[in-house]
Design a protein around this ligand. Sequence first.
Ligand code: PLP
Length: 279
Amino acid sequence: MPDIAFVNGRFLPWQDATVSIDDRGFQFGDAVYEVIRTYRGSPFELGAHLDRLDRSAAQLSIPQPYTRKQWTQWIHQGLSLAGYPDAKIYIQVTRGVAPREHNFPVESRPTVVMTIRAIHAIGPETRRTGVTACTREDLRWGRCDIKSVNLLANVLAREEARKASVFETILVRDGCVMEGAVSNVMAVQGDVIVTAPESPRILSGVTRTVVLKLAGREELVVEERFMSVDSLYQADEVFLTGTTIEILGVVLIDGKLIGSGRPGPVTQALAARWALLTG
Ligand code: PLP
């Protein structure tokens, strides 16, 4: 089964899938993106991902190149070419190709790139034992709600995680927990789930939205508010959410044990609900 590449309405062999060096995505990071995964061939929450792509593009005045119907057709065509039951679909839309000037070009057409690859899922043992994290200052810009390809601060944060030999870096601004470098962060305090509110300071995860709905079904109270790093350390449970991460317990943060040091009952109950939804 091949990895699939798509550029501006054409499926191409991987080595032929190229964009211009004048592309504003390359020159300025002037682009938005989405990552969608499939379960048994079917894209999960496709509508929510395409909605967020629309929102991100609109916030940056990047014209949306395809209608919802066209996106859906391209994605399904790519999936059938790739043939992976569990795939990771990456979509990037840039402002297009133009001589390098900061101002928006008068004339440009968005560049669209899509890739479809097999997903490397997190293994059951990691899910059973949970993962570790460190906290670092959030160095990102003021519009983290836009899923733009400007990911340098996230890249640096991921590198911090690698250097600290932990799974994820949790980003902290003014002493408050925002989210992970590639995930949203949730803390369990009794029967309350606390997570940072939707705002320009976080990316509103598609998984976050689904998990908060599932939490309601577990009769958990959801509080969308900022929490201090100390209250994160003291939480009964902490878990991460994200398209490829799904729901993943965090058992050690900055060397401090969280709860019992194992993914707790709320994390496990939500992960079980998630498995029913996607399995
Ligand atoms: N926050 C950040 C910074 C991310 O990069 C991601 C995913 O890439 C998420 C949260 C989770 O978003 P989603 O659940 O839509 O994958």
